[in-house]
Design a protein. Sequence first.
Length: 201
Amino acid sequence: MKLHHSLAESLDCAHGVIAQFVAPEPDATIESVVYDLAYVSAAWLDKRVLFVNGTGMKFDMKEHTASRRQEPVPAREFDIGDIESSITRVVGLELYQMTFPSMRGALNLAPALRRMPEFLDRLRDTFDMVVIASPPASDAPMGVLLSPFVDGNILVLEAGRTRAPVATELRDSLSASGGAVIGAVLTRYQSPIPRFLRRWL
């Protein structure tokens, strides 16, 4: 609930808002963090929300390099229309979800990026909020490439694991690409202060 209100305060909510969550390194919790935000926004706040799961996207440099040495094989185009038609609704809620397909190299993504602004504008017209769980920056460039097209980018950092220079590098990469970094979510944080005392601090 607090995360939803923080986003609402940070971004213009006069129209559909698109927020991207991206981690510098693999973090098993990013998908659940973003889905929980989508669920709460739809179930408790009566919002029409789309959850986009892109955590499975990976760019395999070895596979991409090896394919260049062999006879070129035409890659199936990364078709936004196919992705849009894959949107499904969670029964009983104004919560929708879709999954970005896995990628077999950055070249497959280039045609889709040219159509991305138009695609995201359609999503803004359809949903109150779109939340994207992007793949870790170390696995795929999707988060950095999408950053200028969304309304806000949120870093997902793991307490006790993500080093400050790594987080800073991701923040700077998103900003250099034209994306607005509006905050961060810290996962797996264990507070030494008992829960019943925190509200008094």
